[in-house]
Design a protein around this ligand. Sequence first.
Ligand code: H2B
Length: 101
Amino acid sequence: MAEKLTADDRTAQLAAMDGWAEAQDGKAITKTFKFDGFEAAWGFMTRVAIRAQSMDHHPDWSNAYNKVVVELSSHDVGGVTTLDIELAEYMDVAASQTGAK
Ligand SMILES: C[C@H](O)[C@H](O)[C@H]1CNC2=NC(N)=NC(=O)C2=N1
């Protein structure tokens, strides 16, 4: 089980990342991705789903046409861990390769 990040660690990690914010309760990190259209959004989600399954660490997310709203947290510890940061960083790379706006 990955260890929960402290508030200071979360702040430091988020400062180094683009567009991610802490959820109000500090128990998750969130980002909204926008793509050229539905196909690009779905392609992004497909890539992330494969990675998430191999990590056994899954996003809470929703999709509406070209928009994907993501919330990452580690349910087993009730907070943000390095696994969330790792998946967030993967999402940023996948998004930039899948036509994110
Ligand atoms: C049994 C299984 O390993 C757990 O339920 C995994 C699955 N995916 C998960 N995903 C996320 N985001 N947090 C978890 O704590 C988690 N736990």
